[in-house]
Structure formats: C-alpha cells, structure tokens
Write a protein that binds this ligand. Sequence first.
Ligand code: C5P
Length: 221
Amino acid sequence: MSYSIAIDGPAGAGKSTIAKNIAKKLKFIYVDTGAMYRAMGLYFLQNNIKIEETDKINQACSNVNISIEYVEGEQQVLLNGENVNGLIRTEEVGKMASSCATQKQVRLKLVELQRELAKKTDVIMDGRDIGTYVLPEANLKVYLTASSKERAGRRWKELTDKGIKCDINDIEKDIIARDEQDMNREFAPLKQAEDAILVDSSHLTIDEVIDRIIELYQHKS
Ligand code: C5P
C-alpha cells in the first residue's frame, strides 16, 4: 500500500514550497494539483472559452489531454502533449484556474488523474480538496493556512524581488477573492477535513513548518 500525505489550504499559504521539500526528504513524489487546474485554465484562455459556455467546457473535458511526467523529480504538466510549466504561473492563468475549478466536470476529470498517481506510489499531494475529496483515506492530512495579510506580504515580496511593481492591498484583495471562490463553490470546496491537522504558518518559518509536518508524519507512521 502506498502512503499519502494531503496538504490543503488557501492560496499563498506556502503549500507547494513545503510539500516539495518534504517530498525530497521522505523520497515521496510531489503532486501539485493546482498546476493541473492551471493547465485547464490555460487551455480555456488560449481557446477563448468562457466559464458560462457549458457545452464547450464539456467538450474540452472529453478532448483535452492533461498528463504529468517527472523530470529530475520536478513535476511537468503536459497539455495535449506540450509541456506548459513555463506558461501557467501568471495571475491571469491563476484566476482562470480558480474559475474553471468551480466546474464539476473539470474537477472529475482531474481528480481521476490525481487518484491514479496516488495509487502507484507514495505521494505528498497539495491542493484544496485533497483531504476531503481526492484522497479521503490519506494517511496524514494537513490544513496549512496563514492570515491573508501574511500571505499577501509573502507574495508581494516574491514579486518585488523579481523587480515586478505591485500593490500589497491589491494582492490581498485578489487572495481573498480567490479564497472565497474556492471555499464557496458547490462541488468539493476548500475546507479543512475533519481529521486534518491545522498548521497556521503566519508566524512560522518554512523550515519550522516542514519540521512540524515531518514530526506529524513520524508520529503517524
Ligand atoms: O494552488 P494553485 O494556486 O496553483 O491553484 C490554482 C487554482 O486551482 C486554485 O485557486 C483553485 O481554485 C484551484 N484548485 C482546486 N483544487 C485543487 C487545486 C487547485 O480547486 N485541488
């Protein structure tokens, strides 16, 4: 039986940085499910499909191929065979990902791929519905969060370090809007699973969060 760790939480809580690190330490595969929603969002943007166009969305769900491969331990998302890792990290794609994640048919398509990956090997998977819906039997579930102010501050620093001009209040507004959309959608919304352990990273360093989760893992296994 493979072992699975589910990390859920709102945007910008540090899930992917932390999950990636833990995967290296434990020799697990890191599965970034947000990247899959981003790839679908990219497809909708590239093809000018609006979220109200149910027929086109249904068609896309049957025709579009999303797959995952690993190159030197790094997850690569392929959209119809093309590696789109370099195209999915923009705010525009993030917003579209969040909109298309409200669509049940999109979720069902991606959840199938996510469950398939977790069947084969030990995984640490991050997202919004991993502990509640994708892997309800996960061996360890963590709900990782931080205040919206803290998350906006981290994002602001990341962008400013890259030389990108931005306003911290706008970033916080966007983060809150994304959380609301994720928490209030009908199908598989973002919420803490009953058996998930809450980790608030507002006043913790990345290393402290990693150590805390590894401790939880050692305790459980
Ligand atoms: O985590 P990331 O910001 O890359 O995810 C992009 C969007 O995809 C999220 O805002 C969320 O709406 C959606 N998502 C989701 N369920 C997941 C992972 C991501 O709904 N398991």
